[in-house]
Design a protein around this ligand. Structure first.
Ligand code: SF4
Ligand code: SF4
Length: 177
């Protein structure tokens, strides 16, 4: 069964361990610039931390625009054929998510290969901000966090026996004061 990486930005602490784990696994170096996942951080308040990684698109833009037909998708994995790739960088600028990377030391663009089915970034993330889930679970983490956000913030006002009352969803189930 095909599995996907899902990122939950709300959980990310910005520690960037995922970048290091990726670079060490693929290049044997402790250098986040050689990672196929990148944690983007925007200030000021509220700080946004967004790990960016390839979505292994079913219709990959990177493949559509490769002039050498060097990009293929097999069993849910989009990969670059090193024999065909001419390193023109077209895929890098075409990916809508910025999920293909280049580095001076690396002759060809590189991207997430799901570590052969056992992604290192998922294993090291202390916050479970990156999940590796079956395809049918795609979006579930975001559905869950939206629901929790709503439940924590929402306050309803209602009238009971002529009396106006307020209830926060987070308090449902607690005994009334
Ligand atoms: S390891 Fe997890 S928590 Fe740390 S930066 Fe990466 S995604 Fe965020
Ligand atoms: S590199 Fe970008 S366009 Fe290509 S499959 Fe990954 S996310 Fe999609």
């Amino acid at each position: 069964m095909a599995k996907h990486l899902t990122v939950v930005p709300e959980r990310c602490s910005g520690c960037r361990l995922c970048e290091l784990a990726c670079a060490i696994h693929h290049f044997g170096v402790n250098n986040p610039k050689k990672s196929a996942i990148r944690v983007m951080v925007a200030f000021p308040h509220p700080v946004i931390r967004m790990p960016i990684v390839c979505r292994q698109c079913a219709r990959p833009k990177c493949r559509e625009n490769c002039p050498e037909n060097a990009i293929a998708r097999n069993n849910g994995l989009v990969s670059i054929d090193s024999e065909k790739c001419i390193a023109c960088g077209q895929c890098v600028i075409t990916c809508p998510f910025g999920a293909i990377f280049v580095h001076d030391d690396v002759p060809l663009p590189f991207k997430c290969d799901l570590c052969g089915g056992d992604p290192e970034c998922v294993k090291v993330c202390p916050k479970q901000a990156i999940l590796y889930q079956p395809e049918h679970m795609a979006g579930q983490a975001h559905r869950m966090s939206s629901m929790l956000r709503y439940a924590h913030m929402k306050e309803v006002t209602y009238v009971e026996e002529g009396e106006q009352k307020k209830l926060r969803y987070a308090e449902i189930g607690k005994p009334e004061a």
